[in-house]
Design a protein around this ligand. Sequence first.
Ligand SMILES: Nc1ncnc2c1ncn2[C@@H]1O[C@H](COP(=O)(O)OP(=O)(O)OP(=O)(O)O)[C@@H](O)[C@H]1O
Length: 328
Amino acid sequence: MRANENEHVIEVTDLRRVYGGGFEAVRGVSFSARRGEVFALLGTNGAGKTSTVELLEGLAVPTGGQVRIFGHDPYTDRAAVRPRTGVMLQEGGFPSDLTVLETTRMWAGSVSGARPPQEILPLVGLSGKDDVRVKQLSGGERRRLDLALALLGDPEVLFLDEPTTGLDAEGRRDTWRLVRDLRDKGTTVLLTTHYLEEAEVLADRLAIMHKGRIATTGTPAEVTAAQPSRITFELPQGYFPGDLPPLDELGVTGHDLEGRTVKLHTHELQRAATRLLVWAERTGVELKGLDVRSASLEEAFLGIAREASAHEIPDQGKNITTGKEHAA
Ligand SMILES: Nc1ncnc2c1ncn2[C@@H]1O[C@H](COP(=O)(O)OP(=O)(O)OP(=O)(O)O)[C@@H](O)[C@H]1O
């Protein structure tokens, strides 16, 4: 039976993972993903993404909290979960002397109801590579083979660990297209990536992890909207910062001055830009190099990482959450 659309296919509640030496890599992480949703787990190096995903894949037992995939514990109820999941690991680790076709057939042997290799290989752009040995594949082609193997069982949940590392721009876009198609057919995808553009393009919702906790979560638009937008311009000749309209009137929450370049940060971009332009018009000055932009996911990521470090991850904070929220 396939999960219905509103069912949370992945449910993670207050998950904790402490390694042998006592290091707590995952510190109370909660999130969920519905059928046909792409959920991206982002984070700084060592944030705990892999440690979390391994628990979701049933490869280790959580120290605390719980994971449910289709309502089952992926570790203790592996038989119920495994046939419905596809896992694309960071390093496939196949015998490198086998050809692409032999590898795919070998893998298919361990998957119940596997799709024929001839159906899967073209999907990932490996048509015509049947007889090429794995060791002769380029890094990007190996990544495609990793993906092909994860798709053999026609999974309802797909774990993609940095799926486009090593792919060129075209390969990356092909993979994005494939992930979107899978999502549209109802596959739930859990994606980890260091490419923020990839998360921005693919994710329906995302969480940014830092030091074992979720620092923020939401749709890409929600996460970026929480960060200030920016207005940059050159201070007109003969003018001083004090000649500008009062910053609070502009709805500005922060500013920097580098040489004569003014950077204003605001959560009210339209109001700030309008008032600044009206002032420039009335004063008869040109704002050279004027640049008005919303925060990108990359800026949001850097801002969150900076803020999280500055706050030493308190349990409660303005933009720092304990990860206990289930975003709608
Ligand atoms: N087996 C282990 N024993 C002890 N500490 C570990 C072990 N595996 C991972 N860690 C530590 O746990 C933390 C989280 O590691 P993890 O690999 O989950 O992070 P990540 O977010 O996937 O990082 P990256 O983006 O760099 O791949 C790191 O500080 C890492 O050193």
